[in-house]
Design a protein around this ligand. Structure first.
Ligand SMILES: [Cu+2]
Length: 135
């Protein structure tokens, strides 16, 4: 994977980031970490359903813990980190970078909006990318 072309082609282009509900019923979240933010800044997921994360970094080693789950990974430029987890309850959670990545590290985090499964499924339409709902 060529990190310089990450935003231009392939799985991690901007238009492909965020959450999708696939035809197979699987929920996949794609995100990119860079100094000093995650893209997207807010991720929407369902509670009580398996959610697969696929993530990478562009510039430095980052890492993240996903809200109140057991998911915790490092992101290394040039590699895709993937894991599947699930969220027990609906609500808003935080996803901070936990790997010191430079001066802006402390401010590097994303929000995770966990929706009730019915609400999530009602919002999800045929493979379209989903974004957080204003609360
Ligand atoms: Cu960081």
């Amino acid at each position: 994977m060529d990190v310089k072309r990450l935003h231009l082609e392939g799985e991690f282009v901007e238009s492909n980031l965020g959450t999708v509900l696939g035809d197979d019923g699987k929920v996949v979240v794609r995100l990119v970490a860079q100094q000093y933010s995650f893209e997207p800044q807010c991720i929407v997921v369902p509670a009580e359903m398996p959610v697969t994360f696929r993530a990478t970094a562009t510039d430095a080693i980052h890492g993240f813990v996903v809200g109140k789950t057991n998911a915790n990974t490092m992101l290394i430029p040039g590699f895709v980190a993937t894991f599947t987890t699930s969220f027990k309850t609906a609500g808003e959670q935080l996803m901070p970078c936990h790997e010191y990545c430079g001066t802006g590290h402390e401010a590097m985090w994303a929000r995770v909006q966990v929706l009730e499964p019915q609400e999530f499924l009602a919002k999800a339409k045929g493979g379209e990318r989903m974004s957080c709902v204003p609360r």
